[in-house]
Design a protein around this ligand. Sequence first.
Ligand code: F6R
Length: 271
Amino acid sequence: MEVIIAKDRTELAEIAAGIIRAQILAKPNCVLGLATGSTPEETYARLVRYHKEEGLSFAKVTTFNLDEYIGLPPSHEQSYYYFMHDRLFNHVDINEENVHVPMGMAPDPDAFCKWYEEQIEKAGGIDLQLLGIGGDGHIAFNEPGSSLASRTRVKTLTEQTIKDNAELFFGKGKEDEVPKFAITMGVGTILEARRLLLIAFGKRKAKIVKQLIEGPVTSMVTASALQLHPDAIVVIDEEAAAELELKDYYKWVYKQKNAEYQKTLDRLAGR
Ligand code: F6R
């Protein structure tokens, strides 16, 4: 696992958007896995800027979102479908046919989940999967206790997640309006992506980030499954990194890697 500690959330978004941009430039018809929530908002804003200012094109990109609330139609302002269009898809040249967000109103959610898995496979699998982490350690909506081999399915949200999401999406104290169920990619589905990129910032995430990076691999913190992936990058800010035992080492590794990269660039430029 590569751990990158950014000085603040602005630098974090710059690094995360840079990794996604590099993926699109290297493979214009790549398949991106995307997340919602407050964490990736600034990253998406930067991708929109790269599109508008540098012509970064999403025309051949295919996307699969991690999750969606059951019972919310795409037009609902709190749906993840709405969020993705509002923050990213409406502002870039993506082909709507290549956009996939689980369908919260699917008449048969179980059949839908099977279909979603098939679509990911048909697209050739996910090249780069963007992830956030919940206060209880979930990735997508894989709440504590989810099997690390789980596939896309319907999941019941924990009271903690409902509370967190009420604040973020529905307004404080509006827990009753948050759906209790969601369709979510499984941990096993996520681990099949060729590359994982998890981002997190703020004091609120420091404890769980420690468990994700330095704790045991356990279904009680489904994000810890990233330790099993051969190409996982975790980008966090100083506040979220506060409890890491090997914090200085991660910084040292990143510095060495950048110095090496700079040397290669200099060599190529004949400096
Ligand atoms: C959203 C998702 C969730 C969030 C997590 C963190 O698609 O999959 O796992 O990434 O709940 O949410 P924020 O970023 O709002 O702290």
